[in-house]
Design a protein. Structure first.
Length: 60
């Protein structure tokens, strides 16, 4: 026999956890995107800098 109070409590807890998980995944995605953009900028600066006169250190 199901306990209706336990079922209601678990349903509410699952809703809260679902919202928290969604927010956490959204933040993870934003952080990952930002890290990839920074990584790409750094590598592009390094590659372009190798081909410019004076090297990469002159163009930062």
């Amino acid at each position: 026999m199901k306990n209706p109070m336990m079922s209601a409590w678990l349903s509410a807890a699952n809703s809260v956890v679902g919202v928290a998980r969604g927010q956490m995944m959204a933040e993870f995605s934003r952080t990952q995107t930002q890290m990839m953009q920074e990584w790409q900028r750094a590598w592009m600066a390094a590659w372009v800098g190798m081909w410019l006169p004076g090297g990469a250190s002159k163009h930062h």
